[in-house]
Design a protein around this ligand. Structure first.
Ligand code: URA
Length: 207
């Protein structure tokens, strides 16, 4: 299942990120803001239970988060900007990291690092990667999460390609994708078009 967050604020911020003239500082800030807006949608189905306490005026039952605890997991390195933003919204969440890079020749994902919360099987996991391109890295990261015991996983991306969505839907049909937009296609180098370029380079000013 794919949820496209087509809110005007999300779409506007994404368009500014796409602009080749948008600089590093603004790009990074927009990526953080978009991550919060995506998290707002991705976490819409978190459980709440009524808690009884008093406001300064009267006693009542008020909804508070309950149920499974949360884990945010970043696919390094570009996913970091997303978890760094979202953890401010859910400060009790634990944060994991999975290091993946794409082999430039084969485009196959290569894992070089994984550090996950030990109790990840008891947590709802929000996996972050700004760009869902071929789907190779995201799918491999999801497999790693499942191997570690995770069984409630949502994938949060800023931009997705139809090819990557098809891979996740085929290999991990239980994983919902929450994204700001689905672009036309991948180019011959595995870049999303029209896209926004290399998200990691634009966030960190490398090239
Ligand atoms: N990763 C990126 O950063 N950009 C793309 O277009 C595809 C993968």
């Amino acid at each position: 299942m794919v949820t496209v967050v087509d809110h005007p604020l999300v779409q506007h911020k994404l368009s500014v990120m796409r602009d080749q003239h948008t600089g590093v500082k603004e790009f990074r800030e927009l990526a953080s803001e978009l991550s919060l807006l995506l998290a707002y949608e991705a976490m819409r189905d978190l459980e709440v239970v009524p808690a009884r306490f008093s406001t300064p005026l009267e006693e009542g039952d008020f909804p508070m988060l309950s149920g499974k605890k949360l884990a945010l997991v970043a696919i390094l390195r570009a996913g970091l900007v997303m978890t760094d933003a979202i953890v401010n919204l859910v400060p009790a969440a634990k944060v994991g990291h999975i290091g993946m890079y794409r082999d430039p020749e084969s485009l196959a994902p290569v894992a070089y690092y994984a550090k996950l919360p030990a109790d990840i099987s008891e947590r709802r996991v929000f996996l972050t990667d700004p760009m869902l391109a071929t789907g190779g890295s995201a799918s491999a990261a999801i497999t790693k999460l499942k191997d570690a015991g995770a069984h409630s996983i949502k994938l949060m991306t800023i931009l997705s390609a139809p090819e990557g969505i098809a891979v996740i839907e085929r290999e991990h049909p239980d994983v919902e994708i929450v994204t700001a937009a689905i672009d036309r296609q991948l180019d011959d180098h595995g870049y999303i078009v029209p896209g926004l370029g290399d998200a990691g380079d634009r966030i960190y000013g490398t090239k």
